[in-house]
Design a protein around this ligand. Structure first.
Ligand code: KIV
Length: 271
């Protein structure tokens, strides 16, 4: 790695400085080399190889089925693409809940085999021992509170979290515990902006929101959602910054027509 590349790479220390300086942090999911290369060139600060790959890449209804092997396979392409951005990989469901030893073993395996920079785990106090052990082993950990899709069966759906006083208090307490445990950042998903503001002001690490208002230190979205590739999904918090789904269908339609009427390939495109 050249000195230039090393210096221009995002680090957890730089992310913390960004929070202190009031500089917003941009994060997007990515699951493959080609799109990740474009996103990195565009200047994104952080990649998340999210377990949303279970839905977006594999077509599952939930994030729960994706495996460690599948997460490692997808992460390798993103790591190869990331010249600038910090790469965070989701620990999939079942890889950190069994025991602290199991969590550390799986965390080390994902780090070694994918080459990523950090890991993300869903949950608060209940997974704190695993979080602490992984951090003690030298791996940067990002927390994830609010709507935690790996617990969808327990939560009873994908609705807004942190609504009542008790749930809001628990979320704030969990965020402080994760911060004290040494998490380098925390994702807050689908919670009221007022609660997100309270959390952001109460912890020293950067807070990255999705469906949590503009009060957090940064934002994350699922790449395919914000590009308009995941056409059926349009929750209130999502802004589509592109209409690539339509562009893909148009281009493919033109290709099919050109094949059918034999105008592709033409003479210049033939040997
Ligand atoms: O898996 C994922 O894409 C995520 C984001 C929605 C934060 O966890």
């Amino acid at each position: 790695m050249s000195v230039h590349t090393q210096n221009s790479r995002m680090t957890t220390t730089k992310l913390r400085q960004m929070k202190q300086n009031g500089e917003k942090i941009s994060m997007l999911t990515s699951y493959d080399f080609t799109l990740a290369s474009l996103v990195d060139e565009a200047g994104i600060d952080m990649f998340l190889v999210g377990d949303s790959a279970s839905n977006i890449v594999c077509g599952n209804a939930y994030t729960l089925p994706i495996t460690i092997d599948e997460m490692i396979f997808l992460s390798k392409g993103v790591v190869r693409a990331a010249q600038h951005a910090l790469v965070v990989v989701d620990m999939p469901f079942g890889s950190y809940q069994v025991s602290e030893e199991d969590a550390v073993r799986n965390a080390i395996r994902i780090m070694k085999e994918s080459g990523c920079d950090a890991l993300k785990l869903e949950g608060g106090e209940e997974i704190l021992p695993a979080v602490k052990h992984i951090i003690q082993s030298g791996i940067p950990v990002m927390g994830h509170l609010g709507l935690t899709p790996q617990s969808v069966n327990q939560l009873g759906g994908y609705g807004l979290r942190g609504k009542g006083e008790a749930e809001a208090e628990k979320l704030l307490r969990d965020a402080k515990l994760l911060d004290q445990a040494g998490c380098f950042a925390i994702v807050l998903e689908k919670i009221p902006a007022s609660l997100a503001k309270q959390v952001t002001e109460s912890v020293s690490c950067p807070v990255i929101g999705i469906g949590a208002g503009n009060v957090t230190d940064g934002q994350v979205l699922v790449l395919h959602d914000m590009l308009g590739l995941n056409q059926g999904f349009k929750p209130k918090f999502l802004r589509q910054f592109g209409q690539l789904g339509e562009a893909v269908k148009q281009a493919v339609g033109q290709y099919i027509d050109a094949v059918k009427d034999s105008t592709f390939p033409n003479q210049e495109e033939s040997y």
